[in-house]
Design a protein around this ligand. Structure first.
Ligand code: FAD
Ligand code: NAP
Length: 336
């Protein structure tokens, strides 16, 4: 294993923050992890990184960054079910396109989400009404505590709204090496999200194929979101808050236009983008940072922002939203 010193992370985070890692290594095989960590007591911090599309660096990382680049995709067809196993380093959208092209249905709504397959369970990625957990079968991970590999079932991952055991209770303990999805040859189409439905109608598509869904989701995303290769960002900076129905009823008196969706018994999910926009932040430029003109939930780096500057701006948004609605926004992005 080659371990480099003082490596720039500029190209390893989509916010394009020019920090560096004290040590940096790339893992391409499970055996690399055993070679790196087996039997060795670590006295340095560790950060596992895929494509860095859900992180904000606020300082240099003084420990070791382990970049996961484990390749390979395999599919096993059992009657009409398809078990697709992908190495943690496989690009998520590469996997989606492989599945769509082969007629394996289940992740087409998750087209064009940046990042690696290995990171997809960490926050149970979701978009346009589908979450990873809907198609998740199992994963394999390396346990840094005891140096053993472990299989996780869906229940063991404790998936929640943009979260899992890997983002909460066991944060930093496991390195995910592969993910297995259970897809189907019998397409199940989810087209209820407003913009997706509207685009299908506009194109006169009444019976969309999974390829239609993938293409349209990709088109909407390209039009609405900033391209990280042009403008640094990490997607939605905050989670949509889930609040009790009673709290929403009170808010509705004062803010009748508030946007919300049912989120389980007695709970609603409030559109964080709407809350931020109401507070006047949409499209606002604040020094070298700001919110995206088409979606206030996305914070951007206009080129020269430091992680500290973006974080300070995020705190301003949190304070204003709290003051206005009494709702505390929680960051979705992992801050280091
Ligand atoms: P990283 O940013 O590298 O890591 C994220 C976290 O996971 C870190 O804490 C890291 O330590 C951990 N991690 C990474 N790999 C592993 C591993 N192999 N084992 C253990 N831990 C690991 N997210 C959505 O859910 N839905 C969206 O629609 C969406 N749209 C986005 C759009 C844009 C333009 C951008 C920039 C981001 C978007 N995101 C979205 C966020 C992001 O794409 C996802 O969270 C993605 O899964 C992150 O993958 P990554 O490889 O870049 O992870
Ligand atoms: P949007 O369509 O403007 O909708 C705003 C919010 O309302 C979304 O966050 C979504 O919640 C919720 N919503 C909309 N229609 C819904 C429905 N029918 N049922 C339940 N909830 C609904 O959102 P957008 O910004 O263009 O994003 C579109 C999709 O891509 C969303 O699913 C969003 O999560 C995803 N996305 C995620 C990121 C990220 O970084 N996490 C970045 C860009 C886009 P949900 O977020 O819970 O779906």
């Amino acid at each position: 294993m080659v371990v480099q010193e003082n490596v720039s992370l500029l190209l390893y985070n989509t916010f394009r923050i020019p920090v560096s890692a004290r040590y940096f290594t790339e893992v391409r095989r499970e055996e690399d992890l055993v070679e790196l960590f087996g039997g060795i007591t670590r006295d340095y911090a560790l950060l596992v990184l895929g494509q860095g599309s859900n992180v904000l660096f606020t300082r240099d990382f003084e420990g070791m960054v382990v970049h996961i680049a484990i390749p390979s995709v395999e599919a096993q067809i059992i009657e009409r079910k398809v078990l697709v196993t992908a190495g943690a380093g496989v690009g998520w959208n590469t996997l989606v396109q492989y599945c769509v092209n082969n007629g394996y249905s289940g992740i087409e709504n998750l087209s064009l989400i940046p990042g690696t397959t290995g990171a997809s369970p960490v926050q149970n990625i979701g978009a346009y009404g589908v979450e990873l957990k809907d198609v998740f079968h199992s994963l394999r991970a390396y346990d840094l505590k005891n140096g053993a590999f472990k299989e996780f079932s869906k229940a063991q991952c404790e998936f929640g709204y943009r979260t899992s055991i890997f983002k909460t209770r066991e944060k930093g303990r496991y390195i995910i090496t592969s993910v297995c999805l259970e897809l189907t040859l019998d397409p199940v189409i989810y087209a209820s999200y407003g913009t997706l439905r509207a685009q299908l109608e506009q194109e006169g598509i009444t019976k969309p194929s999974i390829a239609d869904i993938s293409r349209i989701v990709s088109k909407i995303r390209v039009e609405k979101l900033p391209d990280p290769s042009m403008i640094g960002n990490a997607g939605s900076f905050f989670k949509n808050p889930i609040i009790p129905l009673a709290q929403l009823d009170q808010l509705k008196n004062q803010f009748p236009a508030i946007i919300f969706f049912e989120a389980g018994p007695g709970l609603v999910k409030v559109a964080a983008g709407w809350l931020i926009e109401y507070c006047g932040f949409k499209g606002l430029i604040f020094g070298h940072t700001g919110t995206w003109k088409n979606q206030a939930l996305v914070l951007v780096n206009y080129g020269q922002a430091s992680g500290q500057e973006i974080l300070a701006f995020a705190h301003q948004i949190i304070s204003k939203v709290k003051e206005t609605f009494g709702i505390e926004l929680e960051s979705e992005v992992n801050i280091f």
